[in-house]
Design a protein around this ligand. Structure first.
Ligand SMILES: NC(=O)c1ccc[n+]([C@@H]2O[C@H](COP(=O)([O-])OP(=O)(O)OC[C@H]3O[C@@H](n4cnc5c(N)ncnc54)[C@H](OP(=O)(O)O)[C@@H]3O)[C@@H](O)[C@H]2O)c1
Length: 325
């Protein structure tokens, strides 16, 4: 792959470019991470499981040869865990740990596996976190523009006394400018990330939208009109919140919307919601949730798929597709 000179690269990869980075997995994050690092001048190899579906894509993107996970780990000084968290423990024990060179840096994109003790790194390794605040497509897209990605970074083990530096360099190579790189701990990132996605960003938001949609449809609204009322403008409202805060968003909507927000918001999302958030926070913090997700196997994933289907409505999905153009 050719090193790109593009607007956003704040990486100054002087001291790390000689270290081979093995990206294990080539999915959402793996592909973006590998491409950004490569375009920032790093030496990247990809490790894939036997029979991987991603082989063709890796080859097309110019990463060759394609290696097995053990072979990639053997060559690397930095190993990036770019495959699903519930598999970290199993893959680490079988295909990573036995092949690690000493003083390898283990790089996590999310802190759960380390914080909840699912992966137990051997002595002599640095263990770092650089966790982008974006899905992989956006990690790549933002890199190719002048915008900056934001990310958390942290150090769990600093054997080399250089772990923080390594994390900051890798973050820069991904396209994170210094002001958008936030230092944290593995505990804060693991618990905060899981809580945010469960309570608000994914789980909470999906149910809020669903209940709003169902209410209008039950009262005779055509599904696509209900979709337009409860979901279509979400990105615009979120953009206002991100730019001006919640008060700034309120200042920019109509007086009727402001009055309705004051009247309905605290009634619908009331103290009982806050109490259930506390319960879920405790479930995450205690490790009970991590213990469950570590057990996800093919059967559990199939039943998860069925359960997710119950949270969605085909009429909503159809409307979303119609207006996505
Ligand atoms: N997705 C996000 O928005 C996001 C954001 C920030 C951080 N993260 C973190 O980034 C990490 C990777 O997440 P992701 O969403 O990028 O994962 P993902 O897209 O689900 O990862 C897919 C990759 O993992 C490989 N894989 C699946 N099962 C495997 C196994 N048993 N052994 C080895 N490889 C296997 C897949 O293999 P095939 O090639 O065979 O399909 C594929 O290459 C996680 O720690 C996650 O928490 C994700």
């Amino acid at each position: 792959m050719v090193a790109l000179q593009k607007g956003n690269s704040t990486a100054s990869p002087k001291q790390l470019t000689d270290k081979v980075i093995a990206v294990i997995g080539y999915g959402s994050q793996g592909r973006a991470v590998a491409q950004n690092l490569c375009d920032s001048g790093y030496s990247v190899i990809i490790g894939l499981r036997a029979g991987s579906k991603s082989r063709a894509r890796v080859q097309k993107d110019g990463f060759a040869p394609i290696l097995s996970i053990p072979a990639a780990v053997r060559k690397a000084k930095i190993v990036c865990f770019a495959f699903p968290d519930h598999l970290h423990s199993r893959v680490f024990k079988r295909s990573i740990k036995p092949f690690l060179k000493c003083q390898t840096t283990l790089w996590f994109l999310h802190a759960s596996s380390i914080h909840f003790g699912l992966v137990k790194p051997p002595k002599g390794c640095d263990v770092i976190l650089v966790a982008p605040h974006a899905p992989g497509d956006a990690v790549r897209e933002i890199y190719l523009t002048d915008r900056s990605l934001s990310a958390f970074y942290g150090v769990f083990r600093n054997h080399s006394k250089q772990a923080g530096y390594t994390a900051r360099q890798l973050a820069a190579a991904l396209g994170v400018k210094r002001q958008n790189l936030i230092k944290t701990t593995f505990e804060r990132e693991a618990v905060g990330d899981l809580f945010g996605e469960q309570a608000v960003l994914c789980g909470g938001l999906a149910m809020l939208i669903k209940h709003g949609f169902d209410t209008l449809v039950d009262h005779g609204w055509k599904p696509e009109n209900a979709y337009l009322e409860v979901a279509y403008q979400l990105d615009l409202i979120v953009a206002l919140i991100k730019k001006h805060g919640i008060s700034g968003m309120f200042a920019r909507i109509s007086p009727a919307a402001r009055l309705g927000s004051v009247e309905a918001g605290p009634k619908i999302i009331d103290q009982s919601v806050r109490e259930r958030m506390e319960e879920q926070f405790e479930r995450i913090r205690s490790g009970a949730f991590a213990a469950k997700f570590e057990l996800l196997d093919d059967q559990a994933l199939a039943s998860l798929k069925r359960a997710l289907r119950k949270l969605t409505d085909s009429r909503f999905e159809k409307a979303a597709r119609k207006f996505s153009r």
